[in-house]
Design a protein around this ligand. Structure first.
Ligand SMILES: [Zn+2]
Length: 534
């Protein structure tokens, strides 16, 4: 094969022979990025990479885009989680990459911000965060960058753009988020390629992970601050780390090729830096952004087991009731609770039915006024204990802020869901219905998960995300009901954020006459179990 035809079929050869440079004008090299060679050369229809930050994947993927479009004539859609695709991606990254490499510049026939034309084919650079951006075009290759932070509905719509192509390649890469979600879910179905590294002292051949495990993997020695061999314990050199090889854990799973890209295999990142991050950063950040691994804190996993543990069926008194309502196009999801726990929930097809429940229980109502706000606002005008809840980032200690005169309550979305999740997991918020009645609540809770997101300014923020095309209305109805409960107890029911202490605070609920009731749901729980055993 001559140079010309090799350049036409291989992104790698094309980059190499043309000595292309990065958006900062630095040579694109494959010495330290040796692990990227096989990744780029792999033309499998479906590749997935859970990846660490700063692995240098973005530039390589863009070069690959230019090659796929310009040399192979493929139509490529490359999506990012940000809505502001021009300011965040195209202007600072893509345009300089093109301008720094005249040979790429010359190939281009159309240059219109998010649309780059090379002859008859186009590269579409798309923000996968707003549904309006999922415009109609068909693509041969779909690249989903930062899949775990993208709007799942948009991603799904974009996947349908491949339908008419004969090629239908998917590349998904992302800093992972929660276990079993997003890129981690696809990785688990893949052949799971690990970067194997040989110890030059004892020839031991394994991949590098952070912790030393009985699997004999190489690891980061936190005392000596070195990469250490999993067998002899001696130091792995940068050269050892570079000269690795991709080995699939499950070679027979050929449907998806998976590449786990951690900072531990990046020769330019020292063990010392890794240990610093381990010591300074949150556990979630360290897993998602340094190790390229999914992570979910155990006290934030509201799964079937957690809900069933908090299920303590009992016919509780229906006084001081709060009702939380979330809505969709078809109707209203409600959850009714008292300080003793959730006693009813359901889906109704009109606000009249919610009003009926409100009157029946003499309940405080907190509802989501979006997307259909006319009737909720009318109700708030009619009843002075009917509140509209809006999500807003709140500074300071409280995750909730009331605007009494307007019957509006602001809730910090992440922090307030954290609190409810934590109360459920720790058995402080109970379900008083029977276990078999909770299936829809269980399903909705398992459709949301907590993960981390890196802000443009580099700060890391926790967020709750929803699974693709799944419903999560009951968790929100519960949150609204729980907020309503605070109001009912004269604002005295503290909404306490989960702490790292092993002894968790008790939910304090003070009643209107200002005498304080310390409601410890754990006591109720044990009483209920005692009753059940009798
Ligand atoms: Zn060794």
């Amino acid at each position: 094969m001559n140079t010309k035809s090799l350049e036409d079929t291989s992104t790698l050869a094309w980059i190499h022979f043309n000595r292309f440079v990065t958006e900062r004008g630095e040579p694109i090299e494959f010495e330290e990025h040796r692990w990227a060679i096989d990744y780029l050369a792999d033309n499998h229809p479906h590749k997935v990479s859970p990846k660490a930050a700063q692995a240098g994947m973005t530039v390589l993927e863009f070069m690959d885009d230019f090659h796929l479009v310009g040399k192979r004539g493929f139509e490529v859609a490359h999506t990012f989680h940000t809505t502001d695709i021009l300011q965040k991606i195209v202007r600072p990254k893509v345009n300089p990459l093109i301008n720094n490499n005249p040979k790429i510049r010359e190939m281009m026939t159309v240059d219109s911000e998010g649309l780059k034309g090379f002859g008859k084919s186009f590269l579409h650079i798309i923000g996968a965060n707003a549904e309006s951006q999922a415009i109609s075009f068909s693509a041969d290759v779909l690249k989903i960058d930062e899949k775990d932070r993208s709007n799942p509905t948009v991603v799904e719509m974009l996947e349908s753009r491949l339908k008419h192509s004969k090629v239908k390649w998917i590349r998904e890469f992302s800093n992972p988020s929660a276990l079993g979600f997003g890129v981690d879910a696809a990785w688990r179905e893949s052949d799971m390629r690990h970067w194997f590294v040989r110890c030059r002292h004892c020839n031991h051949y394994w991949y590098i992970d952070f912790e030393q495990s009985d699997e004999k993997n190489h690891y980061v020695d936190r005392v000596r601050r070195i990469y250490a061999c999993g067998k002899c314990g001696k130091e792995l050199s940068n050269h050892d780390r570079i000269m690795g090889e991709w080995i699939a854990k499950y070679p027979s799973r050929d449907r998806i090729h998976g590449y786990w890209i951690s900072q531990l295999m990046c020769a330019w990142i020292s063990a010392d830096e890794i240990v610093n991050d381990y010591e300074d950063k949150s556990t979630e950040y360290f897993h998602n952004f340094v190790l390229g691994k999914a992570y979910t804190p155990t006290d934030m996993v509201v799964d079937r087991a957690a809900i069933l543990r908090a299920c303590a069926p009992s016919n509780i008194s229906k006084t001081h009731v709060a009702i939380g309502v979330d809505q969709d196009a078809g109707g209203q999801y409600y959850v009714a609770m008292t300080s003793q726990g959730v006693f009813a929930h359901g889906y109704v097809d009109s606000w009249d039915k919610i009003e009926h429940l409100k009157l029946m229980y003499n309940a405080v109502v907190v509802c989501d006024p979006n997307p259909y706000s006319a009737i909720p606002k009318q109700m708030a005008n009619k009843y002075n204990d009917w509140y509209l809840c809006y999500f807003k980032n709140l500074d300071g200690l409280s995750a909730i802020k009331w605007k009494e005169e307007e019957q509006v309550v602001y809730a910090d979305r992440t922090r307030s869901i954290d609190i409810v999740a934590n109360e459920i997991v720790n058995g402080r918020l109970l379900f008083r219905e029977r276990a078999h009645q909770l299936e829809d609540i269980i399903a909705h809770w398992t459709n949301i998960y907590r993960t981390t997101k890196e802000e443009p300014d580099g700060r890391v923020k926790s967020i709750w995300m929803k699974k693709e095309n799944k419903q999560s209305d009951y968790p929100f109805s519960m949150l609204y009901a729980r907020i309503g409960l605070m109001q009912l107890m004269a604002g005295g029911s503290e909404f306490i954020e989960p702490s790292n202490e092993s002894e968790r605070p008790v939910t304090n609920i003070s009643v209107k006459d200002e005498s304080t009731l310390n409601v410890d749901f754990r006591d109720i729980l044990s009483e209920t179990y005692a009753e059940m055993e009798e």
